[in-house]
Ligand binder design. Structure first.
Ligand SMILES: [Zn+2]
Length: 131
């Protein structure tokens, strides 16, 4: 659960909400990759790619779906720290300008503590619910 949560938290902090919605709508709402792709104007292969990244971190489809379903409301509640300004990306926490391909690396490296805190808050929140 931690690995999937971390993946989704980093996507959300990066402002990449489409990836999170695509994964959730595929695994939880059982929409097809082409329906999701059409909705967000991305290819169905990209949708499959996003889902695969999550599936790699779980034992099977059912487990992945259960985790994403539980974690989704918490993840979507996080405020992104990356703002997209005319094709460039600005980190609101350290005011650094980034290129698109640097964004996730930046979050992982410079805001590791924030990611860690959010992930453990979400994981313990979900575990409390389940009990
Ligand atoms: Zn930063």
């Amino acid at each position: 659960m931690t690995a999937i949560t971390k993946y989704l938290v980093i996507k959300r902090l990066a402002g990449d909400t489409i990836t999170i919605l695509a994964v959730k709508e595929y695994l939880v709402d059982n929409l097809s990759p082409s329906t999701i792709g059409h909705k967000y104007r991305i290819s169905k292969f990209r949708v499959r790619g996003y889902v695969q990244r999550v599936m790699d971190k779980a034992k099977n489809h059912r487990v992945a779906a259960a985790i994403v379903k539980r974690v989704f409301p918490y993840v979507i509640d996080i405020d992104p720290i990356i703002l997209r300004v005319s094709g460039k990306y600005l980190c609101l926490l350290c005011n650094q300008q980034l290129r698109h391909e640097q964004v996730e690396h930046h979050i992982r490296r410079k805001h590791k503590d924030l990611v860690q805190t959010l992930v453990s808050q979400i994981v313990s929140g979900v575990r409390k619910e389940v009990r």
